[in-house]
Structure formats: structure tokens, C-alpha cells
Design a protein around this ligand. Structure first.
Ligand SMILES: [Zn+2]
Length: 328
């Protein structure tokens, strides 16, 4: 499905079958010289067919089109290498570019598995997750030539000038695009209107939830008339949604703190199993393993946020990270 959402700005709805995100909104912006395509979809046939049929309807010529990826996740980057022409430049935030190129090194996903084992997943769960987790399974067909960009970089498409605004949190190098003159924001997965973006912890040295909330406040300072998100409903109320997301995480932080108070020495997996989740599963045991994987990452982000605030700490014991409250 293709729709013109504003003059020369089109959304192509790319379905993500069997995925709670439901669809990716890929945006095609017609320029006076080159065009820009924002995000692409998983590297699967269903996504490829939907994206290329949308581009065909728009008579889009990839020979004259560059690609911008809001962040490194495979539902955004997956088709970039398959649809790029020889002259297409593929842009992505420099921080995410450095992580993305590692995805193609053998050994990277083993390290991720070891990390998630230490967070509490079992070897059986990890083995099952490995083959089906879209983060790994639907990556671009090859390690494309990515051009890393940073805060302030500008795409000049003639009638539209889009400025990069770094919004770390959902991923370490997530970038939103802002058209100042028309007050248009492409929010990627930083702000999604009808689901909550997944926030995980990528390492123990940064507070990714804290970074995410700071990045929400960065966007809140912008004057935004039209906001376009990467999943589900494309258009929404940007500032109202920011308030809701900040409120959601405040509640979540309080919930994790309470669970930890009642369960000293729990792993992030143990904490995640007791958090409330809005997914269609009766209980934690029935969660699909990929959703457990994301949930554990989310629990860790909240635990690490509390640890960076000095409220909790962890120990590494019997190959697992266990968390407990700090009592001053
Ligand atoms: Zn996404």
C-alpha cells in the first residue's frame, strides 16, 4: 500500500508477517535531484515484494535514490543491500554503523548468546532463539557499503532539507530526521504511536533507558507539526506520545524496583518473568522465546537504569548476573 502523506512524501506499508510490529512504514521522499528512501523492511520475500511493488507504483528509480536507515535493526536495514543500485548511498548513524558491520562477523552472535545466558536464558531457549530471532535471521544479504553520519548531517532534496538528530536509546545510534521549515519529523522507532519501542541494555557501561528518556526530551524541544513513525500507525501526536512514553517508563522503573525488593538475587530473566507484558500469552512459560529474549533485554535496561542511579547493584555468580537493592 502506498499513500502520499504530504507533498512528495509517500509511505509504503511493508508487512512484517508473524511479528508484533505488524508493519514497517518505509518513506519515499521525491527530491528535485536525488530521492531518499527511509528504512526498508526485513530481508524476506514478503517484505521485498511489498517494498518493490510500492517503489514501482511510485516509478521510483533506485539509480536516483539514496537510502537512510534510522537504526541498525533488521526490520529497517534488511533490504537495503538488495534494493540499492550501484549509485545508491546507504546512510546510517555512525554509532549504529560500527555495531551493524559486526553483525556479519562470525562470533558476534555467539557473544550475544553468552551475554543472554549470563542474563538468565537457558541453553535450550538460546538454541531455539538463534534460528528464528529476526534480529539475526533477516539481516541484509551482504554487508553493504554503509556511510556513517552524525548529528546535524543534512539531506538536501531540493524542496525538503532533512536534518539528522541523534536519539540514542532504542539503539545506541538511532537517528530521527527533522524538516525544520515544515516542522516534519521522521521518528523511526524512537517514537511509535501505538506500541512502546523496545529499550534494551547493550552493555553495562551505559544507561540506555536514561539515554532514551533524554532523547525523548530532545525531540520534545522541537516544534513538530507532522510526525511519521516507523511502525503500525504512521502519523500521530508527537509531544503527547512523548509524555506517555516517559510516564510508561516511570511506572516500569517503579515496577522493576518493587520486583527486585521482593526477589533479591534475581537474574534479569527472573525479573522479566514477573513484569507485566501486553502480549498474547497466558504466562511467562508460554512466551515465544524471541519475546522472552526482548523482554530480558528490556528488564536489564530498567535494572541498569536503577544501577546507574545508585539504587541497585549486581554480582556475577555461577555464570549469571544477579541483581539486588543497594541499602545505603
Ligand atoms: Zn523497528
Amino acid at each position: 500500500m502506498v499513500e502520499e502523506v504530504l507533498k512528495n512524501i509517500f509511505v509504503i506499508k511493508v508487512p512484517l508477517p508473524n511479528n508484533p510490529l505488524k508493519n514497517l512504514n518505509s518513506y519515499f521522499i521525491k527530491g528535485t535531484g536525488r530521492n531518499l528512501l527511509i528504512d526498508t523492511g526485513f530481508n524476506t520475500k514478503a517484505c521485498y515484494d511489498a517494498l518493490t511493488s510500492g517503489l514501482n507504483k511510485l516509478n521510483a528509480d533506485m539509480g536516483n535514490t539514496d537510502i537512510f536507515l534510522t537504526h541498525l535493526h533488521s526490520d529497517h536495514t534488511g533490504l537495503s543491500a538488495s534494493i540499492a543500485s550501484d549509485s545508491t548511498k546507504i546512510f546510517i548513524g555512525e554509532t549504529d554503523r560500527q555495531i551493524l558491520v559486526n553483525f556479519f562477523h562470525s562470533g558476534y552472535w555467539n557473544e550475544v548468546d553468552e551475554k543472554y545466558f549470563a542474563l538468565g536464558l537457558s541453553r535450550e531457549e538460546l538454541a531455539e532463539n538463534e534460528s528464528i530471532n529476526p534480529a539475526h535471521a533477516y539481516l541484509p544479504s551482504e554487508n553493504g557499503k554503509y556511510t556513517g553520519i552524525i548529528n546535524g548531517f543534512e539531506f538536501d532534496l531540493g524542496h525538503y532539507k532533512l536534518k539528522c538528530i541523534e536519539t540514542p536509546g532504542h539503539t545506541p545510534g538511532h537517528i530521527c530526521l527533522y524538516i525544520e521549515k515544515e516542522k516534519i519529523l521522521f521518528s523511526g522507532d524512537h517514537i511509535i504511536f501505538d506500541i512502546t519501542p523496545n529499550i534494551i541494555s547493550w552493555d553495562h557501561s551505559n544507561d540506555y533507558l536514561g539515554l532514551y528518556i533524554d532523547s525523548l526530551n530532545v525531540i520534545k524541544k522541537l516544534d513538530v507539526k507532522s510526525a511519521f513513525s516507523a511502525h503500525r500507525k504512521a502519523i500521530g501526536d508527537c509531544h503527547g506520545r512523548i509524555d506517555e512514553l516517559i510516564c510508561h517508563h516511570k511506572d516500569r522503573i517503579a515496577e522493576v524496583e518493587q520486583i527486585l525488593k521482593d526477589n533479591a538475587g534475581a537474574t534479569p530473566y527472573g525479573i522479566a518473568s514477573q513484569m507485566t507484558w501486553s502480549i498474547r500469552a497466558k504466562n511467562w512459560a508460554e512466551f515465544p522465546v524471541t519475546q522472552k529474549w526482548f523482554a530480558v533485554g528490556e528488564a536489564l535496561a530498567h535494572l541498569e537504569h536503577l544501577r546507574h542511579k545508585g539504587k541497585v547493584n549486581y554480582k556475577f555468580e555461577n555464570e549469571r548476573y544477579i541483581y539486588y537493592m543497594n541499602f545505603a
